[in-house]
Design a protein around this ligand. Sequence first.
Ligand SMILES: [Zn+2]
Length: 231
Amino acid sequence: MTQEVRFCTLRAVRGVRVPDFGGKDLGEDEMSEAAVADAGSGLVFPRREEHIARWRAVKSEFKRRGREAREDGISHRKYQVGIVVYAFSGWRWSLPEGHPEKEKAYKYWTGFNVKPLPGPTAPKACGEPMAVGSAIRARYDLAVALGIAAEPQIDDVSQVESKTLPPCHGCRTILRHLPIMRPWTIIFGMTPEEGGPEEEMTFEELLKVHNHIELGTLAVSVPATDDEQPK
Ligand SMILES: [Zn+2]
């Protein structure tokens, strides 16, 4: 038995989340497929390719921040994970030149893992929702890239072995429901020290690697466990 879930209706959710976006909706098409020239203001939003190019230009700083965030990780077994998100804020981008918020249209957000006690039922908080949630609260509406700095380990749900640590099953599920994440958002894995393996894929590819996605759609199949049965 599988549970089929779809990405949220990005447009509808984002319309609520960024009500002050100059009266203009940040639709997926506009944000990702083409630069938009607003008929009234002449405002042009970056294309997806430009977002990614900007991230590549700051990639070494992005990695540095992810590894730095890892140092705050709290773990009963000293297994620390650092998260960094490079996010875009549409309404800041739309502000007039010279406005102090405009230069923050792209910004880094970070998080770290917390698992103070051992055992499978001990509470655990991951860095991904911490970092991405901080960006959402500050009205950032697009995650260009999400980086994970940690020692690799086998995914305990998909059993996939990677050269770097992917977001865990719980985080993949949570991220999939956050409109700030796009199918093309870069997921970047890195080791705690420089010089180790690095992995780069899109969020959609990540979901496929871990069998979270049905080819050709954005629908996702998750094996239903007792915990996931509808209540
Ligand atoms: Zn996680």
